[in-house]
Ligand binder design. Structure first.
Ligand code: XMP
Length: 327
């Protein structure tokens, strides 16, 4: 029967057999799947593995540190962080259409990753080391079923997953999570000693905060959203609501302004939308009945602590008809 130690042992043996003495690359997204997949591969082949983390500048507060500091401390994995924020911001300059944003972010992500991949291949060759032949992917069982099953569900938004990488014929895939469900992946992550912030992380879209700013993305708006999002997450966690909430997008309506009053002055700032949802699988969702006092605390703190924001609103739409994300 199922237990995480058995699964890890079986996968470690399988990976050793598949990979041999070749080198392996894994992309990390900050999410649980890619983190656990890489950690199992590391357990199997140690320093033959190099992880690549593309910082696209659209991450939430603290996420890069969780990967660079906590994850590396827990695993001892060799990690290369690619600082790509400037490139992403330049390419996103003035873009407001959600699909366009997704395309640009997906494209730049692949570019940044492939550049690093090529560098690692060249590095191995220059050292006369074993070649890089494998790519790790955190594919789960539901992903396998969904892509093979042809369920006929309409593709409403072009999903881009930061853990998901381009098909590359030169590389063979290593997919240690292919038979597992999400809660099993979390159990394995805990068994491997990964940080709880990563293991328990709620879903977060690959394009990150880029699709939570309604309007064009820029540095200042990202700072505003990051601050508001950090407050909302902190208060929801403190209120013990993480188990009940599937995820809570925090959205900046950057193209909307409303009049407010703060201190002895009139303000003309932006609204922040809270979108807490309860769901089993993100296909359908209901808005979570977050207690009023928790909402009040979040609202007070955001309007007091985040300069550009003078109004906090709650999204009370289920899915359908609303999607979970606003873009
Ligand atoms: P929607 O907004 O379609 O979201 O109801 C359903 C789930 O998918 C996540 N999401 C994404 N995940 N890349 C991802 O990796 C994307 O482009 C993307 N768009 C939405 C969303 O956060 C929710 O969990």
């Amino acid at each position: 029967d199922w237990n995480s130690e058995n699964v890890i042992e079986t996968q470690v043996a399988r990976i050793r057999e598949q990979v041999g003495s070749a080198r392996v690359i894994a992309g990390l997204s900050g999410g649980v799947d890619s983190a656990v997949a890489a950690a199992i591969v590391h357990r199997a082949v140690g320093d033959q593995l190099t992880c690549v983390f593309v910082d696209h500048g659209l991450l939430r507060q603290g996420e890069r540190e969780q990967v660079e500091r906590d994850y590396v401390a827990a695993t001892g994995i060799r990690l290369i962080t690619v600082d790509a924020a400037e490139v992403f911001l330049r390419e996103l300059d003035g873009v407001t259409d959600p699909e366009q944003k997704r395309k640009i972010i997906g494209r730049e992500f692949i570019r940044a990753f492939e550049r690093t991949q090529a560098e690692l291949v060249a590095e191995a060759a220059a050292e006369g080391a074993e070649p890089v032949k494998f790519l790790v992917q955190g594919t789960l069982y539901p992903d396998v079923v969904e892509s093979g099953g042809g369920t006929g569900t309409a593709n409403i938004k072009s999903h881009h997953n930061v853990g998901g990488l381009p098909e590359d014929l030169e590389f063979e895939l290593v997919e240690p999570l292919r038979t597992l469900f999400k809660d099993e992946v979390r159990a394995i992550g805990r068994e491997l000693g990964l940080p709880e912030e990563i293991v328990a992380r709620q879903p977060f879209p690959g394009p990150g905060l880029g699709i939570r700013i309604v309007g064009a993305v820029n540095h200042e708006r990202l700072e505003t959203l990051r601050a508001a999002d950090a407050i909302a997450r902190e208060e929801l966690t403190a209120a013990g609501l993480d188990g009940e909430i599937w995820q809570c997008p925090v959205v900046l309506l950057a193209d909307v302004r409303s009049v407010g009053v703060q201190g002895d002055g009139r303000t003309y700032g932006h609204p922040i939308v809270l979108r807490p949802v309860s769901s089993e699988d993100a296909m359908t969702a209901d808005w979570t009945r977050v207690p009023y006092d928790v909402l009040a605390r979040i609202s007070n703190r955001i309007t007091n602590e985040v300069r550009e924001v003078n109004r906090v609103v709650l999204d009370v739409t289920s899915k359908p008809p609303g999607t979970i994300e606003w873009e």
